[in-house]
Design a protein around this ligand. Structure first.
Ligand SMILES: O=C(O)CCC(=O)C(=O)O
Length: 204
């Protein structure tokens, strides 16, 4: 079992964002559909930053003020489906630390997420996002050089952010109904992302 963090891997699109790994079809169609079914059987709440998007939280409940985590409360062990994925990430060497928080994000067409770097003092060095449902373009901006890059997140894909892609590059999803990607128009449909993080002390 390889539990060592992966070195920088050029993603499939050849993006020059150090530390970004994009794995298309990380889950197969059956796993994808099962995950969507499970998520859709759980209650939703409203996220505390954007105030419009629906979320579900597992492991820890997180409350933010602006970008900063102001409170967390332990909710219990991750549910089976999340624990299985977190264990798989660990076994495959995608993370060397245990992930203990999962946020499920729902994006209806027209919804997005503002440009941000995940709170550095609140979360560990690797951030995961597994995409389900519709595709969308995620935009990246280097906080220092202001260079920009975009990546298409397809259903079943896994995005792993570490190193500069986690600490230097901001990521965002524009609130729009369709994306243009490499000359292709992609109509947004409901997208769900499963984000996995490690909560750092003293935030837990
Ligand atoms: O929807 C995603 O894939 C990313 C979500 C995100 O950036 C976040 O929850 O901080």
């Amino acid at each position: 079992m390889n539990c060592v963090d992966l070195e920088i891997i050029p993603n499939a699109e050849g993006l020059a964002i150090p530390g970004l790994t994009y794995i298309p079809d990380y889950v197969n169609d059956d796993e994808h559909n099962q995950l969507l079914d499970i998520v859709d059987q759980q209650p939703w709440s409203i996220d505390s930053i954007e105030k419009t998007r629906k979320i579900q939280q597992h492991g820890y409940r997180l409350d933010y003020h602006k970008d900063f985590l102001v409170a967390s409360s332990y909710l219990g062990d991750l549910p089976d489906w999340a624990d299985k994925l977190a264990t798989r990430f660990f076994k495959e060497g995608l993370t060397s630390t245990a992930l203990d928080q999962v946020t499920v994000n729902e994006y209806q067409p027209g919804q997005g997420v503002r440009s941000h770097i995940d709170c550095v003092t609140c979360f560990g060095k690797t951030i995961f996002a597994l995409s389900l449902g519709g595709s969308c373009v995620m935009d990246f901006t280097d906080s220092v050089t202001k260079s920009k890059a975009s990546i298409l997140l397809s259903p079943g894909s896994l995005l792993v952010l570490k190193a500069a892609s986690r600490y230097v590059w901001q990521h965002s999803i524009a609130p729009r109904h369709k994306d243009n990607y490499k000359g292709r128009e992609i109509i947004r449909t409901r997208r769900i992302s499963l984000t996995f993080r490690e909560i750092l002390f003293p935030h837990k």
